[in-house]
Ligand binder design. Structure first.
Ligand code: NAD
Ligand code: 6OD
Length: 486
């Protein structure tokens, strides 16, 4: 038996270990990070019952102000345990230190503070109306919580994406059952400790560990007393969840996959466009749903752009987080197999490999990890599978274009519709092109710049609904109209 920690479930305010474990493996060197207690159906049932009872207990009776003060305490406790969260996120993902310290963990706290403040600002709307008897009536609109919300999250930005759902769900007064990805159970377990430490009423935040089909994920979605499902992950998982949620007609909020385009016009600030595209293609080892896997560059600067991107990609330092690496490993050896299968397919489909395409050899324990080199292709046709399927690794294809209409058509010619990035100094053209992008968010001269008030999500296979600001609060609330006759 190893000395690795055991990550437990957190149900009704109690940490529960049912003695049935799966392994949490480091993608840096294949070592065991923790053993994780997998919730079975009966634990999921207990979590749902606890959440339902919480809605009928102290939590359900709290004022908005009391609830939001509690969320501020959650944020403060995450900030107090910042280093623990950084260590747990790095252990599970192997991400670069700078990414975890500057984005993942700060956003965990910020999500709670942001939605607490937003919920405090909401008032009740009311409308006066005339009636035939001349006395009139008042319509008052209340926002009530939906009830028990299932939160299912992925492994690429574990704390950020989980709290992006938990914070507004709690701010709106719901109780949650959270299932993090089986690849990244660490920061979710710490979040349960935080909830415990700040005195969150029992049953408001429940954590269950496990997998999707035939495991905790499916048990949550099909549970008759789960009132809504919020999910971030692959589009095909979204389809499976939607089918299971259909029986109870449960509302769903989905943030799904992408095959995002970057468009670089010849009048772009060249250096900014190159650095921006390095970031948008290779950040988090290409494992951000917003990453640019398709880069379109105006023909006059195509060759110069390809060589500049190649030079910068080859200069990226790959390695351990503590070695100040720019790029860590993929999430797992299994995911690397998938990415490598696309590297092989790209060659079969006629790609020219500008750089990368292989696994680096270190000669130490990192060879048991899931590292991969940043990869750039040219020469694929529009209908190649590698141009149409989400790969979710550090890889982009660069294609030349000649006309604005042509590149708009190519950018939109995909089943996905999450994000786009446009690089140009002509802001009139930027606005004209951006307005025609079939996506949820389009950046001009930047990438992954986030204002939490704005709607975030995708069209087509990239999602259902929007999260962010008031859009999140609306998903997690049911309006009730009270029409009072005078
Ligand atoms: P995934 O779909 O494999 O898993 C996500 C979560 O769903 C995990 O917790 C998993 O256990 C659970 N799950 C899997 N099958 C399930 C089922 N049948 N029922 C219930 N739960 C189930 O996704 P992933 O590999 O963890 O994450 C990568 C994917 O997420 C990529 O496609 C990426 O584009 C997408 N993503 C999208 C966004 C966005 O905002 N649009 C953000 C991050 C990631
Ligand atoms: O920044 C966010 O709020 C967000 N949902 C980011 C999603 C990133 C996808 O991997």
């Amino acid at each position: 038996m190893s000395n690795s920690p055991i990550y437990k479930n957190y149900i009704d305010g109690v940490f529960v270990d049912n003695g049935n474990y799966f392994d949490d493996i480091s993608p840096i060197d294949g070592s065991l990070v923790a053993r994780v207690s997998e919730a079975d159906k009966s634990l999921v049932d207990q979590a749902v019952l606890a959440a339902k009872n919480a809605m009928n207990g102290k939590w359900g009776k709290m004022s908005v102000a009391e609830r939001c003060d509690m969320l501020d305490r959650v944020a403060a406790e995450i900030e107090r345990r910042f280093d623990d969260f950084v260590a747990a996120e790095i252990a599970d993902t192997g991400k670069a230190h700078a990414q975890v310290k500057n984005i993942d963990i700060p956003r965990g706290g910020a999500n709670f503070r942001f939605f607490a403040n937003l919920a405090r600002e909401q008032g009740e709307k009311s409308w006066q109306m005339d009636t035939p008897d001349g006395l009139g009536a008042t319509n008052k609109i209340l926002s009530k919580p939906i009830g028990v919300v299932a939160v299912i999250s992925p492994w690429n930005l574990p704390l950020l994406l989980m709290t992006w759902k938990v914070a507004p769900a709690l701010a709106a007064g719901n109780a949650v059952i959270v299932k993090p990805s089986e690849e990244t159970p660490g920061t979710a377990t710490l979040l349960a400790e935080v909830m415990d430490a700040v005195g969150m009423p029992k049953g408001v935040f429940n954590l269950v560990h496990g997998f999707g089909p035939g495991s905790a994920g499916e048990f949550m979605v099909t549970h008759p007393h789960v009132d809504a499902v919020t999910f971030t992950g692959e589009s095909k998982t979204g389809t499976a969840i939607m089918k299971n949620a259909a029986d109870g007609l449960k509302p769903v909020s989905f943030e799904l996959g992408g095959k995002n385009a970057a468009i670089v016009f010849k009048d772009a600030d060249f250096d900014k466009a190159v650095s921006g595209t390095i970031r948008s293609a290779f950040a988090n080892c290409g494992q951000v749903c917003l990453c640019s896997e398709r880069v379109y560059v105006e023909r006059e600067i195509f060759d110069e752009f390809v060589s500049a991107l190649k030079e910068k990609a080859e200069a990226l330092k790959i390695g351990r987080p503590e070695d100040n690496a720019d790029m860590g490993p993929l999430i797992s050896v299994g995911h690397r197999e998938k990415v490598l299968s696309y590297f092989k397919l790209a060659i079969e489909e006629g790609a020219n490999v500008v750089t990368g395409g292989e696994v680096p050899h270190f000669g130490d324990d990192r060879d048991q990890g899931a590292f991969i080199n940043p990869t750039i292709w040219t020469g694929l046709s529009d209908d190649a599978r590698c141009m149409n399927e989400e790969i979710f690794g550090p890889v982009c294809h660069i294609m030349p274009f000649d006309h604005e209409d042509e590149v708009i058509h190519k950018a939109n010619d995909t089943d996905y519709g999450l994000a786009a990035a446009i690089w140009t100094t002509d802001l009139e053209k930027a606005e004209r092109v951006a307005r025609q992008m079939e996506v949820g968010i389009c950046w001009v001269n930047d990438w992954f710049l986030r204002d939490l008030r704005t709607p975030f999500g995708g069209v087509k296979l990239s999602g259902i609904g929007r999260e962010g600001g008031i859009h999140s609060l609306e998903f997690y609330s049911e309006p009730l109209t009270i029409c009072m006759k005078h």
